[in-house]
Structure formats: structure tokens, C-alpha cells
Write a protein that binds this ligand. Structure first.
Ligand SMILES: Cc1cc2nc3c(=O)[nH]c(=O)nc-3n(C[C@H](O)[C@H](O)[C@H](O)COP(=O)(O)OP(=O)(O)OC[C@H]3O[C@@H](n4cnc5c(N)ncnc54)[C@H](O)[C@@H]3O)c2cc1C
Length: 291
């Protein structure tokens, strides 16, 4: 059985914040697909749990009057994949979460858990980084909104304080309207496998030139990253093979992959180069560009 010492099921977000604030060792359990694995492995970190599963206020997916898309942190990957709003406004998120685990896992696991877990390989991270999503966080001091860019601090570490509950992801209209976007996960198996490399791109065009490119990678550094050098290189460039070459050359400056049992560093660098061209091309084509 799991070595759980204290378990509280929160009835609302305010109560969850108070329960976490009252017990410095307490941790949130959402879908439990990371937490229960950790407990199963004997981790002592999760022996005091505050359960936020079933909080309806955290499951909503909506489109605000001003066009911002809001996705509750407790929305499961299956609910996100099936959402009309997500598929119409920010389909790259549905594309990314459809690569997570298998159907059973996607029916339970949440995007909130995927990001707050701080995993370097989180499949939703790349899509959220190129859409420059904001995170709504409820804490002891009230509500705050922080950008997902910079939220990851290192393997397993994110900018959350004790008492914090991530309540929703918010994508402003200026961060998705007019953009084509794409996500590709390279893994050894087509399902039930963690990414060897994940790559996401979003592109907005100005006629036959790139107006703005956003490029993100997972498992290419000690945390999910945006690629500043590649993005700067792309701005204002014509839609051409030469431009894709230039972007995939310079991206080497943005990444710092390591070797692991899944892949050697050289192979990851090769993947990064290849996927940059493939995913940027697809993002540009989805924005209406032609090569
Ligand atoms: C078989 C299997 C296959 C998997 N395959 C993949 C895969 O292909 N790709 C992938 O990216 N992941 C994969 N995962 C990992 C996992 O499923 C995901 O990271 C999932 O999104 C975690 O969500 P959860 O709701 O289950 O989180 P939980 O396990 O409940 O929580 C995860 C962490 O986030 C914290 N947390 C959760 N919600 C919040 C919140 N709202 N506010 C603050 N903190 C919070 C918890 O305290 C905990 O530290 C896999 C896991 C398993 C078991």
C-alpha cells in the first residue's frame, strides 16, 4: 500500500491553499500519475497529500470575450484533446497532449501536473512555451499570473511556493491569432514513451517573410527552453530552404542536451537540427506560408 500519512480532499481552491499553508510537508495530488509512481517508489516527499482532484472550478476550458483561451489546470489530456475551443484556437496544445502516454493515462493525467512536476520531458511544455501561456496561481498572498517562459527552474523544479495552487493556463489572443504552430515528439516508441526530444514552433508571417518565430525544445537542456538565437535569426527572413538551414545551424547555440540511456548527446543534437527544420516548416505552412 502507499505510505500516505495525511490525506485531505479539498472542497475548493481556497481550502486547498489553506491546507497546504498549514502543513509545510503537504503536497498536491491532482491526477496522481506522477505522485503515485513516486509513492510506489518509496518517496517520502508525498506522504502528506492535499487532493484537488474533482474540483470542478479547475476543470473548465473557456474562451474569454476578449479572445483569451483559458484551460483549467485539472483538465485532463483527453478533455483538452476533445475541446472545440482548444482545437479551433490553439490546436498545437491538443497535438502535444495527444502524444502523452496512452488513452488510460490521458483520461487521468492533467496539464497542471505535467507542468508543475517540472519534468524536462513534459510534452505540454513546448506548446505552452511557443504560445507564451500565462499561469494563474492561487497562493497564501492571493492570485498572481506568471509567464510559463521562465517557470521551469531545473529538473523537477518550478517557481511555486508552499501553499501555491496552479489554477489555469491562459493564452492571450495576440499570442495565438495569426500564428501557425506545430509540435513533434521523437520517442523510441509511438506510444507509452517519454520524449527523447520534443520540439514546438509557432510562426507568424509578413507576406513571404517570417515576421515572428517562436521555437521551443524539451530534453535539449536541463529544463524546457525557448531558442533565442534561432528566433532572432528567423525574424524577417524569406520562406526558403536556406532560411530553414540557417535556423537549424544557429539553434545549436540555444541547446545543451546531454547523453542518457535514451540517447547519446550527438544523436540528440542531430535530432534537434532535423526537427527544427521539420517543425518550423510545418508551423510556417500552417500559418499559410509556401516554400
Ligand atoms: C505510464 C506513464 C506514462 C507517461 N507518459 C508521459 C508522456 O508520454 N509524456 C509526459 O509528458 N508525461 C508522461 N507521464 C507523466 C505524467 O503522466 C504527466 O506528467 C502528468 O501530466 C502528470 O499529471 P497528474 O495530474 O497526474 O499530476 P500528479 O501526479 O497529481 O502531480 C504531479 C506533480 O505536480 C504537482 N501538481 C499537480 N497539479 C498541481 C497544481 N494544480 N498546482 C500545483 N502543483 C500541482 C503535484 O504536487 C506533483 O508534484 C507518464 C506517466 C506514466 C505513469
Amino acid at each position: 500500500m502507499f505510505a500516505i500519512e495525511r490525506y485531505n480532499k479539498a472542497q475548493n481552491v481556497k481550502e486547498a491553499v489553506n491546507l497546504l499553508a498549514a502543513d509545510p510537508d503537504a503536497k498536491i495530488i491532482a491526477g496522481g500519475t506522477d505522485v503515485l509512481i513516486r509513492l510506489h517508489g518509496g518517496s517520502k516527499e508525498y506522504r502528506n497529500l492535499v487532493d484537488i482532484n474533482g474540483l470542478a472550478e479547475l476543470k473548465e476550458i473557456s474562451e474569454e470575450a476578449g479572445g483569451a483561451v483559458r484551460i483549467g489546470s485539472m483538465a485532463t489530456f483527453s478533455e483538452i484533446m476533445d475541446s472545440d475551443i482548444v482545437n479551433r484556437c490553439v490546436p498545437v496544445i491538443a497535438e502535444a497532449v495527444s502524444t502523452v502516454g496512452g488513452p488510460q493515462l490521458r483520461n487521468t493525467a492533467t496539464m497542471g501536473g505535467n507542468i508543475c512536476n517540472g519534468a524536462v520531458s513534459a510534452d505540454s511544455a513546448g506548446a505552452l512555451l511557443v504560445l507564451q501561456a500565462d499561469l494563474e496561481i492561487q497562493g497564501i498572498g492571493g492570485e498572481r499570473e506568471v509567464p510559463v517562459v521562465g517557470f521551469h527552474q531545473g529538473p523537477g523544479r518550478v517557481s511555486l511556493k508552499q501553499g501555491d495552487v496552479l489554477t489555469a493556463f491562459r493564452i492571450k489572443p495576440e499570442n495565438y491569432k495569426g500564428f501557425g504552430a506545430s509540435y513533434y515528439k521523437y520517442a523510441m516508441r509511438d506510444a507509452m514513451d517519454i520524449a527523447t526530444i520534443g520540439c514546438a514552433a509557432a510562426a507568424r508571417l509578413d507576406g513571404d517573410k517570417i515576421d515572428e518565430l517562436r521555437l521551443a525544445f524539451t530534453v535539449a537542456a536541463p529544463k524546457p527552453i525557448r531558442c533565442e538565437h534561432a528566433e532572432k535569426t528567423a525574424a524577417g527572413k524569406p520562406l526558403s530552404e536556406k532560411t530553414l538551414e540557417a535556423i537549424s545551424d544557429i539553434v545549436q547555440k540555444d541547446v545543451k542536451p546531454r547523453s542518457s540511456w535514451r540517447a547519446a548527446q550527438e544523436f540528440r543534437l542531430h535530432l534537434i537540427r532535423t526537427l527544427t527544420q521539420r517543425v518550423v516548416r510545418q508551423a510556417i505552412e500552417r500559418a499559410g506560408g509556401k516554400f
